[in-house]
Design a protein around this ligand. Structure first.
Ligand code: NAD
Length: 264
């Protein structure tokens, strides 16, 4: 695959203290990009992540603790990025949460939080990142949607609505930047074994009275024909491709990497 060569560039990956976001941040750092991490977690563990990544890839790694459900905190993070790095060249909107319940039982505050974090936060980061990208006539915006941005599952109303919304927002962003060196695309992962999915596996094991391994197996079998999890490293490699010159005309796609989930 063509290297993206991101030396001298800065990538902000929201929700990158764990899982897919961390995998993508590491892949972009591997191409020489400085990184702004974001997300929740233990302060010492996050500091260690920063030091280790900086040492491993020879790039600057900073961190901002903005809560992606709060527009004022997102604005502070974008100002921090501009102040420390000049601008955000690669924006990866990845922060996301999940909640599983039937619509009539769905807690209203969970609906609001999922829409805010999984969808509205991407509007705020994008609107604040675009002016500097337009001035430079280069930028990459990568929205981490989901197979649930393309198809639905029961009991995931807020998540499916937010991810379909994110795919729509991706297309509008791609159209509004079509005459520039800025591209915007979505990545739609299938099951990836991160803390977000581990919680669903554990709930399933408890509900069905089966082992964690059996619950994992059943979860995969139900949706993902390959029977294997997608990895954060594979998703990171796709993000790197989207940042490369070879992807200059890849605009507004919702690229599923899902073990065959939406081919069915
Ligand atoms: P994860 O739980 O491992 O990581 C989520 C990250 O988001 C963490 O860094 C967490 O601290 C951060 N975060 C959560 N709420 C936040 C908030 N309010 N403000 C700032 N950061 C916040 O989850 P993951 O599986 O790596 O998911 C990452 C993205 O990938 C999500 O958007 C998710 O919907 C999407 N996704 C995951 C899968 C999967 O199978 N794991 C599949 C498709 C899409």
């Amino acid at each position: 695959m063509q290297a993206a060569s991101l030396k001298g560039k800065t990538a902000l990956v929201t929700g990158s203290t764990s899982g897919i976001g961390l995998g993508i941040a590491r892949s972009l750092a591997g191409q020489g990009s400085d990184i702004l991490l974001n997300g929740f977690g233990d302060a010492q563990e996050i500091a260690a992540l920063q030091t280790d990544m900086a040492r491993e890839f020879g790039v600057k790694v900073l961190y901002h603790n903005a809560d992606m459900s709060k527009s004022a905190e997102i604005a502070s993070m974008m100002h921090y990025a501009a102040d420390k790095f000049g601008m955000v060249d690669v924006l990866v909107n990845n922060a996301g949460i999940q909640y599983v319940a039937n619509i009539e039982d769905f807690p209203v505050e969970k609906w609001d939080a999922i829409l805010a974090i999984n969808l509205t936060s991407a509007f705020h980061t994008t609107r604040l990142a675009l002016p500097a990208m337009k001035a430079k006539n280069w930028g990459r915006i990568i929205n981490i949607a989901s197979a649930h941005g393309l198809v639905a599952s029961a009991q995931k109303s807020a998540y499916v609505a937010a991810k379909h919304g994110l795919v729509g927002f991706t297309k509008v962003t791609a159209l509004e930047t079509a005459h520039s060196g800025i591209t915007c695309n979505a990545i739609c992962p299938g099951w990836v074994l991160t803390p977000l999915v581990q919680k669903q596996v554990e709930a399933r094991a408890k509900q069905n009275g089966v082992t964690i391994d059996k619950a994992k197996h059943d979860l995969l079998l139900e949706k993902q024909p390959s029977g294997e999890f997608v990895t954060p490293e594979e998703l990171g490699a796709l993000a790197v491709f989207m940042c490369s010159a070879a992807a200059n005309q890849v605009r507004g796609v919702a690229w599923n990497m899902d073990g065959g989930w939406v081919a069915q």
